[in-house]
Write a protein that binds this ligand. Structure first.
Ligand SMILES: Cc1ncc(COP(=O)(O)O)c(C=O)c1O
Length: 458
């Protein structure tokens, strides 16, 4: 649906009526940005809301509408919007300057904070984003092992650089996506998620794989959940084959537990990629892991051993404002039960939504682990019991499938009822969502379900 296209949907009509200033900005944005947006995950028809303020678990759009926010800064905001300690740390750093082109005391404290929470991180290198972190981790793995290929699991997301595009939402045969050359995609081996035999077979018959990378709790923060016991088997298989194991903890790090998924599941990866919560809601990422692997970024080690080091500049690596936010956030996470609180809220929300889906005879189900909730839209219209819904019983592609018209109508229906979820569809819960937020969310879903039932979905 185009921005101003006529509609017979009462929900979309109400949305337009509530959001005239967002519509005006969307019109201007269409003249600037492809689709009028700056991140694919923010695409919504007829247009998305424009937000100018947030506090704890809520945010406000430019028309003054209030939302319970489960977008959660794409997962960066475990502590919610404007946490006072994070804000104060940023304000102090901002007043001192944003870019010195020099080392800072804050980057040392930030690195120490990560190391304390994740013992597998013997050395760390900061980057400006999660995408940069997985890119660097891959390069490190290749330089360390001398092998060219990377193995990854279909549907898992590791950022948008050239090695990570095929097999995320498309090109499951490994062919390159537009703009990516064959040579790059040829060096990526795509594996079916949760299939330990396929992994073992691949590692047995090939000697060209440098590393296996995984989202430890499963694709898109558990939308396609990792099977129980899989991580331990993966660790064993990679160790036996001399292949590095990279945990992509860009979402799970400092969220599922203070020490991330590796602490929660007791697995020590060789490398870990981080971002989002790492930088307290500001831009930032990192690769951490074994000292002998990170040595490939080290001038001294290269001189002593005679190898050529990996070049890694980056204007905003460890920038002081992100460092300040990251130090504050990681300290709060290390010294409070923030992760447990968010996990418990999400578990209760999933239960309450499933009770609602059951009582209203909806075909949807809520599922997920830790502080995630995923809404299964049931594209094949299977008869399911939401409370007993088992994502492992369904094909991966079906779990990932979210029919766009239904997804968008659900999101718009929730927005007009004051709740913002993401496009999985689902959301990230924070540690500061309240009982009132929960009650509001369940009511909004209830109203949205009635509204959806009333109108034909195109
Ligand atoms: C698991 C995972 N890896 C990597 C990335 C890319 O991080 P960024 O968006 O900071 O580039 C994301 C982003 O959502 C992610 O969820």
């Amino acid at each position: 649906m185009l921005l101003d296209a006529p509609t017979n949907s009462t929900v979309i009509a109400e949305y337009r009526q509530r959001t005239p200033r967002s519509a005006e900005l969307a019109r201007a944005a269409r003249e600037l940005f492809p689709s009028g947006i700056t991140h694919d995950g923010r695409f919504l028809r007829p247009y998305g809301i424009y937000v100018d303020a947030g506090k704890a678990g809520r945010k406000w759009d430019v028309d003054g509408n209030e939302y319970v926010d489960y977008f959660g800064g794409h997962g960066a905001l475990l502590l919610g919007h404007c946490h006072p300690r994070v804000q104060a740390a940023c304000a102090e750093a901002l007043a001192q300057g944003t870019q010195f082109g020099a080392n800072t005391a804050r980057e040392v404290r930030w690195g120490q904070a990560v190391k304390r929470l994740m013992p597998s991180v013997e050395r760390i290198r900061f980057t400006a984003s999660g995408t940069e972190a997985t890119h660097l981790a891959l390069r490190l793995a290749r330089a360390f092992t001398g092998r060219p290929k990377l193995a990854r699991f279909a549907t898992h997301f590791h950022g948008w650089h050239d090695h990570m595009t095929s097999g995320y939402v498309s090109h499951f045969d490994g062919t390159p996506t537009p703009g990516v050359v064959d040579g790059i995609s040829d060096n990526v081996v795509l594996l079916p998620p949760n299939d330990i035999e396929a992994l073992r077979r691949t590692l047995r018959c090939r000697d060209d794989i440098a590393a296996v990378i995984i989202e430890p709790t499963g694709a898109s923060f558990g939308r396609v959940p990792t099977a129980e016991g899989f991580l331990a088997m993966l660790r064993e298989a990679t160790r036996e084959a001399g292949v590095l194991l990279i945990f992509d903890e860009v979402i799970t790090g400092f969220r599922v537990a203070p020490g991330g998924a590796q602490a929660r599941f007791g697995i020590r990866p060789d490398l870990t990629t981080m971002a989002k919560i790492l930088a307290g809601g500001l831009p930032g990422g990192a690769v951490g892991g074994r000292a002998d692997i990170l040595a490939h970024l080290d001038f001294h080690a290269a001189d002593e051993s005679g190898f050529e080091k990996i070049q890694h500049p980056g204007t905003f690596n460890a920038n002081p404002v992100s460092a300040a936010a990251g130090i504050a956030a990681l300290d709060i996470i290390a010294t409070t039960d923030a992760c447990d609180v968010a996990n418990a809220y999400a578990a209760e929300l999933r239960d309450r939504l499933n009770a609602l889906f059951k009582s209203t005879r909806s075909l949807f189900a809520a599922y997920g682990t830790f502080s995630a909730f995923h809404i299964f839209l049931n594209p094949e219209r299977r008869a399911i019991d939401p409370a007993a819904f088992d994502p492992a019983s369904l094909p991966v592609q079906e779990l990932k499938a979210a029919p766009r018209p239904l997804l968008e109508r659900l999101r718009i229906s929730l927005l007009v009822n004051g709740v913002d979820i993401n496009n999985w569809p689902g959301g990230h819960v924070s540690a500061v969502h309240t009982d009132a937020d929960m009650a509001h969310t369940v009511r909004a879903f209830e109203t949205a379900l009635f509204r959806l039932a009333e109108e034909p979905i195109l």
